[in-house]
Design a protein around this ligand. Structure first.
Ligand SMILES: [Zn+2]
Length: 348
């Protein structure tokens, strides 16, 4: 048996203790020091689940002078033009490079909004994890074709589209209904840089939303009342020109999960994203510990993997160790700003 010891994050916060690991599972969980020398010490957390990525973007050449629309709006934004000119091999290499970045920073799973229609979803499906992909594919054009959607769902786990504003209402309703009919999740970006009609969004019965960074307080309360989780990407919002209104979101009662968004201007590092979220929450006079639940609890609820957070006997040992001798508050604002090197113990 191998032991890890230190500040262990569980469902009730951090505790000082140790875990014994055998064949990819936690077989012992105790207080204080382990009975033999641990292989890793530090801050021990479950591995990350990155709830929002676009992994094909790693090899897109960024132009920092462009606006959000000029960079990412379909079909002519910079990234769509560059992705469209990549052959299958280049596309997969770009995706693999994003996945490598994520595994190095302790991420075991990710939810990808996969552009490129059937080809894009098939390319990501062909890559082996970890990190393991939950693929939210989308049709190749901004229009509905039942047969195309059926073929898309052979490789994609669900549907993830750009925004209601990009689509004709009738087409989008048909697409969402087909996804629901096949028992697949349907999700979309909402109110990223400008406010969109939240009723039009909620009428699609989405499984989750992404952004809501330009939503009104009333929109936020509607989403909270409907119990729909929103994935926030604060570093991406900052880059694109918006400060995520996290305190207002928390105040409205929204359930927040964390993601890192595009790889052309991001590194997929969930610890850094979580730290950014904690700092923004604090600057907005809200409780910074919401960043921990957005990074660990909410993603597992989204994917129905709550047992992984338990850190109890029998749970899978999908763990990350950060070399920081943290003591709360919040392990000195989330592991002392990335100083600690990390080692992932992610099951293969
Ligand atoms: Zn996105």
């Amino acid at each position: 048996m191998r032991y890890v010891a230190g500040h262990i994050l569980g469902p009730d916060g951090f505790r000082h203790g140790h875990l014994g690991i055998e064949r990819g599972a936690i077989v012992e969980s105790g207080e204080g020091d382990p009975p033999q020398r641990p292989v890793l010490t530090g801050v021990i957390t479950p591995s990350f689940i990155n709830c929002h990525t676009h992994v094909a973007d790693a090899h897109v050449r960024l132009d920092t002078s462009l606006s959000l629309e000029e960079l990412v709006a379909p079909p002519d934004g910079l990234k769509h033009r560059q992705l469209g000119s990549m052959d299958d091999e280049s596309l997969r290499a770009s995706m693999r490079s994003s996945m490598d970045m994520m595994i190095r920073s302790g991420t075991s799973r990710f939810i990808d909004f996969r552009e490129g229609g059937e080809q894009g979803s098939a390319a990501l499906r062909s890559l082996r994890g970890p990190p393991h992909a939950r693929i939210m594919g989308r049709p190749s054009a901004l229009s509905y074709d039942k047969d195309e959607a059926s073929r898309l769902l052979l490789n994609a786990d669900g549907i993830g589209i750009s925004a209601v504003s990009d689509w004709k209402a009738k087409d989008l309703e048909a697409l969402a209904e087909q996804a629901r009919g096949e028992g697949r999740p349907f999700a979309l970006h909402v109110s990223e840089s400008r406010r969109e009609d939240i009723e039009a969004v909620l009428s699609l019965q989405p499984s989750f939303l992404v952004h809501m960074s330009s939503a009104s307080d009333a929109d936020m309360r509607r989403v909270a009342d409907e119990g729909v989780t929103t994935v926030v990407c604060p570093r991406s919002n900052l880059f694109m020109g918006t400060v995520t209104p996290l305190a207002r979101m928390v105040e409205a009662g929204m359930e927040l999960a964390l993601g890192t968004d595009n790889f052309m201007n991001g590194d997929g590092d969930m610890r850094a994203e979580m730290e950014c979220m904690a700092r923004l929450l604090r600057s907005q006079r809200a409780d910074a510990s919401h960043a921990l639940s957005a990074a660990f609890d909410a993603p597992r609820k989204l994917l129905n993997l709550q047992s992984e957070l338990s850190m109890a006997k029998g749970a899978p040992a999908d763990l990350v160790a950060f070399e920081h001798q943290g003591s709360d508050p919040m392990c000195e604002l989330l592991f002392r700003a990335g100083n600690g090197r990390r080692t992932a113990l992610i099951r293969q």
